[in-house]
Design a binder for this molecule. Structure first.
Ligand SMILES: Cc1cc2nc3c(=O)[nH]c(=O)nc-3n(C[C@H](O)[C@H](O)[C@H](O)COP(=O)(O)O)c2cc1C
Length: 233
């Protein structure tokens, strides 16, 4: 395997990372099976603790199941909305935070906490490393989908006990993500929550420490937000 990528390949990679978005508005045209399987295969190539590969992907097509999951979202979203008051409540209420019934594909990504038996290399102390591994798979999936022009939206305003019941997930398996996939109506050039004034991307320089917590590490770059637009040497 080649150890170096060309500058064009690296630029493409950073461009994909930067232009990945959480998508909640989908076109109705279906995602071809080969595209879906390439995306799932990218997820399956994620790193995992002890090569545990704890993930499963439940593809949910049944309209009744989706409707039931949508009603869990509505209930949990009402509970979340009640946390806010005034302008913040109005803004929250105007946000579209899921595409469960419109998206051509719904996927529940799970983590089997017992896969590979009781002793997994690297998981003796930090038991949640299986969940971290599953999140790595989800990020691979998200980036591969973006490379394919497919949008992904993560819906976390749900209740895992309801997901377990509706999707018949066994007790030893944890639902980690509920994802909506489909061709995006558009890919915004910034997070929608930033565009709508809910939150902004933090400067990387605020997040970097040297040797110990709180000790700032100066950045050599003038504008680290320009991920894909910086020339690559
Ligand atoms: C763990 C996780 C849960 C999320 N849950 C939701 C959600 O329930 N609804 C939603 O609209 N977006 C959800 N998002 C998307 C984030 O709001 C989004 O990633 C963030 O605002 C940055 O935007 P971007 O992904 O377009 O760059 C979630 C993202 C993550 C990583």
């Amino acid at each position: 395997m080649s150890e170096q990528f060309s500058s064009a390949e690296r630029s493409t990679f950073y461009h994909i990372v930067e232009s990945r978005r959480d998508v909640r508005a989908f076109r109705s045209d279906p995602v071809p099976e080969d595209v879906l399987f390439r995306i799932l295969n990218a997820a399956h190539h994620a790193p995992s603790v002890g090569l545990m590969q704890p993930w499963n992907f439940i593809v949910i097509q049944d309209p009744a199941t989706r409707a039931a999951i949508k009603s869990v979202f509505v209930r949990e979203n009402d509970r979340a909305a009640a946390v806010y008051t005034g302008d913040r409540a109005a803004l929250y209420g105007s946000l579209k935070l899921e595409g469960i019934e419109e998206a051509p594909i719904n996927l529940c990504v799970t983590s089997d906490r017992t896969r590979s038996g009781p002793h997994v290399l690297g998981r003796n102390t930090i038991i949640d490393t299986d969940l971290y591994s599953t999140c790595c798979a989800i990020q691979n999936l998200w980036l591969a989908a973006r490379a394919e022009g497919v949008g992904v939206g993560w819906v976390s305003i749900l209740d895992n006990d309801d997901l377990r019941r509706l999707l018949e997930i066994p007790p030893t398996v944890e639902p980690v993500a509920y994802l909506c996939l489909g061709y995006a109506q558009e890919f915004l050039d910034e997070p929608e929550l930033q565009r709508r004034g809910w939150a902004t991307r933090l400067p990387l320089s605020d997040l970097l420490f040297s040797n110990r917590w709180g000790n700032r590490l100066p950045l050599p770059l003038s504008d680290p937000t320009l991920l894909g637009k910086r020339p690559i040497g």
